[in-house]
Write a protein that binds this ligand. Structure first.
Ligand SMILES: Cc1cc2nc3c(=O)[nH]c(=O)nc-3n(C[C@H](O)[C@H](O)[C@H](O)COP(=O)(O)OP(=O)(O)OC[C@H]3O[C@@H](n4cnc5c(N)ncnc54)[C@H](O)[C@@H]3O)c2cc1C
Length: 266
């Protein structure tokens, strides 16, 4: 057991300290998405993330130092937000993260003006999704925040596994290739032209799905309230077995820093 674990109160999960990283590149992927590439020697031990895994990006307030080395001061972590480690190039030690520039929010604001050379802290990776054994078809349902994770899920599926992908984004300018290596043909749903609230178009598209083959699995990630309604449509209306539906709320309208562990199973 490491020193850190030994010091932990009984039963309490101890997070390893975050890694210091540096911004190596910033690239606008679409008008509403910024890709930030992190590097630095502390990524040498970053574990290859599973599909849909998450990292924590810490935002140390300007003018503050954290960690300070003083355990009492360091017990309070700076604010953090949850993101998808979209691509990790272990050979180069580079980690790509794609931020939706949704407006207000410490992370969205930071990403909109991120600069090469900036020092940041990253926790994780943790969690993630493993496609079930013998999956014959995967239905993927996601909003903008989960488009990076959709790419990872596609890359984790058995080669040639049929998919049906519904992606809701703001407008046609936000549609893009989901994975550079896997061809896919997502159905893009655009909120802006019809002033749709987040998730509404996804919900309608899910309700209109034709019956799916028996061995079909569902991966859903989007705004949390909508995620619950989609789960309900799948299970109660379309009769999908609960166990075949993986759902996760990625953010919640009106809530800052929504918890990262809302699987909608309540
Ligand atoms: C496992 C996981 C992986 C995720 N991966 C990604 C990712 O790769 N890229 C990504 O962009 N997001 C991702 N998210 C979502 C991201 O964590 C949230 O959007 C987060 O709230 C952003 O923090 P913020 O500081 O910008 O906004 P916050 O301070 O958390 O929120 C401020 C306000 O903005 C609203 N808001 C938050 N997110 C959105 C949004 N996407 N669209 C519209 N309004 C929003 C909130 O409801 C709130 O009113 C992921 C979430 C999870 C749980």
């Amino acid at each position: 057991m490491s020193d850190v674990q030994a010091a932990a109160p009984r039963g309490k999960k101890v997070r390893p300290p975050p890694r210091a990283v540096v911004v190596e590149a910033v690239e606008r992927v679409t008008p509403g998405v910024m890709r930030v590439v992190f590097g630095g020697p502390e990524l040498a031990t970053f574990a290859a993330p599973k599909a849909g895994a998450h990292i924590k990006i810490l935002f140390v307030p300007p003018g503050k130092v954290w960690p300070t080395g003083d355990p009492a001061l360091d017990a309070v972590r700076p604010p953090s937000r949850t993101y998808t480690p979209r691509r990790f190039d272990a050979a180069k030690g580079l980690l790509e993260v794609e931020f939706v520039l949704h407006g207000e929010g410490i992370a969205a604001r930071w990403a909109a003006q991120a600069k090469v050379g900036e020092k940041m802290l990253i926790g994780g990776p943790g969690g993630g999704y493993e496609p079930p054994e013998g999956v014959e078809k995967m239905v993927i349902i996601a909003d903008d925040s989960a488009v990076p994770a959709v790419g990872m899920v596609l890359e984790a599926l058995p080669k040639g596994c049929p998919t049906h992908i519904l992606c809701e984004v703001a407008n046609p300018g936000e549609a893009r290739a989901l994975s550079p290596g896997i061809a896919s043909n997502p159905v893009w749903l655009y909120r802006d032209p019809v002033s749709a609230a987040p998730g509404v178009l996804l919900e309608a598209a899910v309700a209109a799905l034709p019956p799916q083959p028996a061995n079909t699995w569902f991966w859903v990630a989007c705004e949390a309230a909508s995620m619950r309604r989609i789960r309900e449509i799948l299970v109660a209306k379309l009769g999908v077995e609960r166990g075949r539906v993986h759902t996760r709320g990625y953010w919640k309208a009106g809530d800052a820093n929504y918890p990262d562990h809302d699987y909608g199973a309540d």
